[in-house]
Design a protein around this ligand. Sequence first.
Ligand SMILES: Cc1cc2nc3c(=O)[nH]c(=O)nc-3n(C[C@H](O)[C@H](O)[C@H](O)COP(=O)(O)O)c2cc1C
Length: 321
Amino acid sequence: MKKDQSFWQKLKKPIYALAPMAGITDSAFRQICKEFGSHITYSEMASVAALVHSPKKTLEMLYSTKKESPYIVQLFGNDPKYFVKAIKLLTDKKQIANLGISNYCLPDGIDINLGCPVPKIVKQGAGSVLMQNLKLAREIIKNVINSTNLPISIKLRSKSGKISALTFLDNTRDLDIKAVMIHGRTKTQGFAGRVNYNIIKKSRNYFSGIILANGGVINKETGDKLLQKTNADGLGIARGALGRPWIFQELISQSPKSINISKIIIKHAKLLEKLKGKHGIIEMRKHLCWYVRGLPCARKLRAQLVRVKTIEDINAILELA
Ligand SMILES: Cc1cc2nc3c(=O)[nH]c(=O)nc-3n(C[C@H](O)[C@H](O)[C@H](O)COP(=O)(O)O)c2cc1C
């Protein structure tokens, strides 16, 4: 199938992407990060089985607006047939409208999760465990590529079990994968410890598409270092954007604009409320704690912010801070 290569090819390098984070990178957070200059946004990972069996609920989780574009939906699972069915649904506006979902924006790309080490995911043979199963992973990627004209990307660990990112990329060399994000830590390392720059750098010998390095970027200094040590085309930023969505502006601009945290918080809260109603404010509580991290009165603020129920509650606390 002929691929729509447009967005990966048009992106100016270095590319700064908001990496996928389950429970966090929803439409509201993606819009905030995009406003600060993130070039690409990834969804939270979505189960292909859930898309097939409870399509409405899963599609609602993947809701996006044009403002987040280029927007990539990340999928996990371990059955090629489910991947194909899930993608058919994700790209079929008519079927989606029949489910009662309006204003649905099609994603600009599909990503396959081959890096998640969380027990709930690996128990299903998905995420980082799928990375170890070269044959099945290849079959899934091939089926996905053949089932859509959207560009396909993958997200890997530096190593999972005995399989390194290099072995994996060597095994999928001939497939039309447009981009890879490599989290430079092994499955065993999880989310802490040293990032392996070397393996990301060497991946250029096995992969000719876009390479995004991922792991440990929390400011301009760590971002520049990861780029320089890996020669990657760009970076994936995950935890560094929590409570600091302006990290993208810091990475991109020589003279970043000054930040009004209260204004950003209220905007984020309003977007979440619009997206998820009252529950959006409950979900906002964790973001509020991240936003105030490092402030002199953070502890006192956190104790109040974890109880907010409305935007007015948030406003009242911020006004007194
Ligand atoms: C709360 C949380 C949720 C995550 N969810 C996903 C996910 O859905 N899909 C995925 O591929 N990676 C996920 N990750 C991994 C991140 O995308 C990223 O690879 C990892 O956090 C390392 O990058 P960082 O050091 O910039 O945080 C998640 C990480 C965190 C902290």
